[in-house]
Design a protein around this ligand. Structure first.
Ligand code: HEM
Ligand SMILES: *[C@@H]1O[C@H](CO)[C@@H](O)[C@H](O)[C@H]1NC(C)=O
Ligand SMILES: *[C@@H]1O[C@H](CO)[C@@H](O)[C@H](O)[C@H]1NC(C)=O
Length: 200
């Protein structure tokens, strides 16, 4: 407790920022650093990157509805011959076109090959939240997750489903259709932001 208070007090004293603002800026700097450093590749990686980019232009491969978590892990981008996949609520999306986000060295590489529902709902990079288990989340956290799901449905092709994942129902599909229209309008106005406000 004493150390914690000292550190927090020290941050305010030396930076003039509240601890929350200080850590937000720190996190932002980390994300930007990762994004920028991801833009530069070593000469030896050039062939791999070219292959991966070619992959992003291919037709997504459908994996069916009984994909295991272990199978999904194989699509984390470490093999440039394979697409880059990520799941939300058991629904698997091909995110190959966003290799700069989810590929090796990207700021969100930890989500690749996983169902990252819990991490996205909590806006957390904690490895313990890298799971599709969304038990115990409250209404606002589930809403954040829903926003992510809409974003993925709109932006990426769904290529399969994890074993035991609930199928999306017809009505859900229809609702989503409407919501996607709304989201599209927002995006057309130039607002392309992650759906929550950790970085406001
Ligand atoms: C802390 C400051 C953060 C900053 C400055 C930041 C910045 C960004 C930016 C600029 C984008 C690109 C948006 C786009 O072009 O569509 C992005 C995308 C994304 N962010 Fe963050 N982010 C932050 C925190 C987080 C956190 C905490 C999470 C989740 C745990 C997260 C998850 C994502 C994901 C999954 C995408 C990619 C969405 C897609 O595939 O289009 N971000 N972020
Ligand atoms: C997936 O598994 C379920 C339950 O075991 C089974 O009913 C279904 O037919 C399987 N689907 C495919 C495409 O294999
Ligand atoms: C949900 O939990 C978060 C974090 O614990 C909290 O900030 C938020 O106010 C809660 N929302 C609701 C609707 O209970």
């Amino acid at each position: 407790m004493g150390l914690y208070a000292t550190v927090m007090g020290g941050i305010t004293e030396y930076t003039g920022l509240s601890p929350a603002a200080f850590f937000t800026i720190l996190a932002m700097m980390a994300v930007v650093y990762k994004l920028v450093s991801g833009m530069f590749v070593a000469a030896g990686d050039y062939v791999a990157v070219k292959k991966a980019n070619a992959y992003a232009l291919r037709e997504p491969v459908q994996l069916g509805e009984n994909v295991t978590e272990e199978q999904l892990r194989g699509y984390d981008g470490s093999d440039p011959e394979k697409p880059l996949l990520m799941a939300i609520k058991g629904q698997i999306y091909d995110v190959s076109r966003s290799r700069m986000f989810y590929g090796p060295g990207g700021p969100y590489a930890l989500f690749a090959g996983r169902d990252a529902s819990r991490a996205l709902a909590l806006m957390s990079f904690d490895p313990r939240d890298l799971t599709g288990n969304i038990e115990g989340l409250n209404a606002s956290e589930l809403e954040v997750l829903q926003d992510w799901e809409y974003k993925f449905m709109e932006k990426y092709v769904k290529v399969g489903q994890l074993v035991g994942a609930r199928k999306q129902t017809e009505t859900e599909g229809a609702e989503n259709g409407n919501k996607i229209q709304e989201d599209k309008q927002i995006e057309d106005n130039g607002a392309q932001q992650p759906p929550t406000s950790v970085c406001q």
